[in-house]
Design a protein around this ligand. Structure first.
Ligand SMILES: Cc1cc2nc3c(=O)[nH]c(=O)nc-3n(C[C@H](O)[C@H](O)[C@H](O)COP(=O)(O)O)c2cc1C
Length: 187
């Protein structure tokens, strides 16, 4: 069974997009599609990095832990809020931290906002950066409008059937890429 790391990108006090990260973990496990873990940037509480991991002389255990978990994951789901049309600094901080760890890593992007557009303005800037860093971004979207009412604090969706149906398509694309990559690597 593949293993998926879910990056929860908001470190804001009273954040709501973390609910979507909780949802994906539950969804993947409940449907036995993958094992999953949340890499919570609020828990890691990283400083703004002054250099990339491979040039750091004394990386902290937290940095090494994050890098190892990205490296070990078969695929990644990034859950990100939209802040002023872009993604949060905490996410850019960890994106630029790593390099080889991202190479050919299947990554699916889920965006969230408290308004009606679901944070979709984030996608082009985040896709571009992930492409530059040689990740394999999956062509699927999971925008979450009005995140504060669409999910409760435990990540339970208000409309479970509709949300699960969207998640099936979204995670299905990611799992397809994970499978394709694993077949290539068997050769
Ligand atoms: C600094 C900042 C900028 C924001 N900019 C936007 C925005 O451009 N578009 C939008 O729809 N929501 C915006 N929001 C509201 C977020 O969509 C809202 O906080 C939502 O709950 C997701 O972020 P969270 O996980 O931090 O709660 C912004 C919030 C913050 C804190």
């Amino acid at each position: 069974m593949p293993h998926i790391a879910i990056i929860s990108s908001s470190v804001r006090i009273g954040r709501n997009s973390h609910r979507v990260a909780l949802y994906f973990k539950n969804y993947l496990e409940e449907n036995k599609l993958a094992t999953a873990e949340i890499l919570d940037l609020k828990v890691y509480n990283f400083p703004v990095f002054d250099e990339r991991l491979r040039y750091q002389e004394e990386p902290t255990p937290g940095v090494l832990d994050f890098a190892a978990r990205i490296n070990a994951a078969d695929g990644v789901i990034i859950v990100t809020p939209e802040y002023n049309g872009g993604y949060p600094a905490a996410l850019k901080n960890v994106t630029d931290l790593l390099y080889d760890e991202w190479h050919r890593k299947p990554i699916a992007i889920s965006t969230a906002s408290d308004g009606i557009f679901g944070g979709t303005q984030v996608i082009t800037s985040l896709q571009w950066t992930l492409w530059k860093i040689r990740a394999w971004t999956v062509p699927a979207m999971f925008p979450v409008p009005r995140v504060q009412v669409s999910f409760d604090e435990n990540g339970v969706p208000k409309d479970k059937d509709a949300t699960d149906n969207r998640a099936k398509n979204f995670t299905g694309e990611l799992l397809w890429c994970i499978e394709a990559k694993s077949r290539m690597e068997k050769k």
